[in-house]
Write a protein that binds this ligand. Structure first.
Ligand SMILES: Cc1cc2nc3c(=O)[nH]c(=O)nc-3n(C[C@H](O)[C@H](O)[C@H](O)COP(=O)(O)OP(=O)(O)OC[C@H]3O[C@@H](n4cnc5c(N)ncnc54)[C@H](O)[C@@H]3O)c2cc1C
Length: 290
């Protein structure tokens, strides 16, 4: 289908983008990779009057370490996958980006857009919850750092204001003996998740779990953090019984709905099984395995 008519402007820099959004009186939308926004506009599920294209803003497409890992809003999925720092130290991000859509989409789609879109079926939200990330947003009154727990409000809704731009994602440096994994079940390659589970954990010298984050994709109106499951793991050895209890808790905290991807009861069991597997994979990575 053909989208409804709209105005279009290219932002020179972040300040200009904010100015353009402000001038639109709340009718403007940021255009990043366009991989979610353009399909929505073609189906006329979104009809923004004004698109502010941020693709030519320089400095937003960098990945760098500065204590934490900093991912600019315009980093494409393909760039995330190819980045040597990410490949070396953030395997959970590689897991995540590789199961998003297909290579054509991944060449355009941005990590920032994946979060800002706030689709509970998107894969990065659960991973960022597990990684305990923060989002940097800039608006007319300056910059703010938003903990990921506070970022998602509802389906397709975040705390970003209508003239705020997500500029960067910050991920704390993983401690020693830490590992993470993202596992997703999909009907076919390139599809959105039936369910997905992200686990990031650190082990102490005795092999007990220290810091731990668990996020679940497609488990409610937003990606959810499985806090009870985290609590069960924290301070414990990763034996079969503890992992099974944590996985059951993650399913218990999830509220998937029945749809073409399966009935809710089936999805709950998928979440349980994926949580067990993701914990085991994260532990294997934390202890030097692949
Ligand atoms: C065929 C297909 C399959 C897909 N499969 C998957 C999948 O398996 N998993 C998955 O996670 N996703 C999937 N997606 C969705 C897509 O990958 C993401 O939602 C997309 O990456 C969003 O990023 P974008 O840069 O394209 O954002 P856009 O489409 O440009 O924008 C999306 C929304 O975010 C806002 N936005 C974007 N960037 C910013 C910013 N910096 N600041 C403020 N607001 C911003 C826009 O205004 C818009 O509301 C698929 C998409 C397609 C077309």
């Amino acid at each position: 289908m053909i989208p409804a008519s709209f105005e279009y402007a290219v932002a020179r820099d972040v300040a200009h983008a904010i100015e353009l959004l402000t001038s639109s009186g709340g009718e403007g939308k940021v255009l990043a990779g366009g991989q979610s926004l353009i399909p929505l506009m073609k189906f006329r599920l979104a009809q923004p009057a004004f698109l502010v294209d941020i693709n030519r803003i320089s400095g937003l497409a960098q990945i760098r370490e500065n204590g934490d890992l900093r991912i600019g809003a315009l980093v494409r999925e393909a760039d995330l996958d190819m980045n040597p720092i990410v490949r070396e130290r953030y395997q959970i991000l590689v897991d995540t980006t590789r199961v998003i859509a297909d290579p054509l989409v991944r060449n355009m789609a941005t990590v920032g857009g994946n979060l800002a879109h706030a689709d509970p079926a998107n894969d990065h939200p659960a991973t960022m919850l597990a990684l305990r990330a923060s989002v940097v947003a800039r608006g007319p009154t300056g910059e703010r750092l938003i903990p990921i727990d506070e970022f998602f409000v509802d389906t397709f809704t975040t705390v970003l204001g209508p003239n705020e731009i997500l500029t960067e994602i910050r991920i704390p440096k993983p401690p020693a003996r830490s590992g993470g994994a993202y596992l997703k079940l999909e009907r076919k390659v390139g599809d959105f998740a039936i369910a997905g589970v992200a686990v990031m954990l650190a082990l102490d010298e005795k092999g007990k779990v220290g810091a731990v984050g668990i996020g679940v994709t497609n488990a409610g109106p937003t990606a959810i953090r499985a806090r009870k499951a985290e609590e069960i793991l924290r301070g414990q050895a990763t034996d079969d019984k503890t992992i099974a209890a944590a996985a059951a808790a993650a399913a218990g905290e999830s509220k998937p709905w029945s749809d073409l991807r399966g009935p809710a009861e089936y999805k709950l069991d998928v979440i349980r099984v994926l949580t067990q597997r993701a914990i085991r994979k994260a532990v294997a990575r934390a202890t030097g395995g692949k």
